[in-house]
Design a protein. Structure first.
Length: 109
């Protein structure tokens, strides 16, 4: 289905999202898994995981691109944006600038 790159909001239970979360020493370690690997545009090495202190949040962006199996159709693209906060935060936390921004978007051509 073509949607002209219209954003789609989605909220999932943390167990359903492909992000590794691990709590240790009063911090939350955040690292999105990349599935499927063949959909990643070329890019340098992936950045390391982010460690958040209570009250902090990260915005992590990853993009993907795919061609048809036979390579005769146009490319398709998607962008995942993860906004993850740790500990008690205000209801409007994601309307402010993130504590940490990880832009892992690669070229789409």
């Amino acid at each position: 289905m073509q949607d002209g790159f219209e954003p789609h909001e989605c909220q999932e239970d943390h167990g359903e999202v492909d992000v590794r979360l691990r709590e240790a020493d009063g911090r939350l370690r955040v690292f999105p898994r990349v599935q499927p690997l063949f959909g990643l545009p070329p890019r340098p090495r992936r950045p390391p995981a982010v460690r958040l202190a209570p009250g902090q949040w990260v915005r992590w962006q990853l993009n993907y691109r795919f061609s048809s199996a036979a390579g005769i159709r146009d490319w398709s693209y998607w962008l995942d944006t993860f906004n993850i906060a740790y500990g008690p935060v205000s209801a409007d936390v994601f309307l402010s600038a993130p504590t940490v921004l990880v832009d892992e978007r690669g070229p789409t051509r």
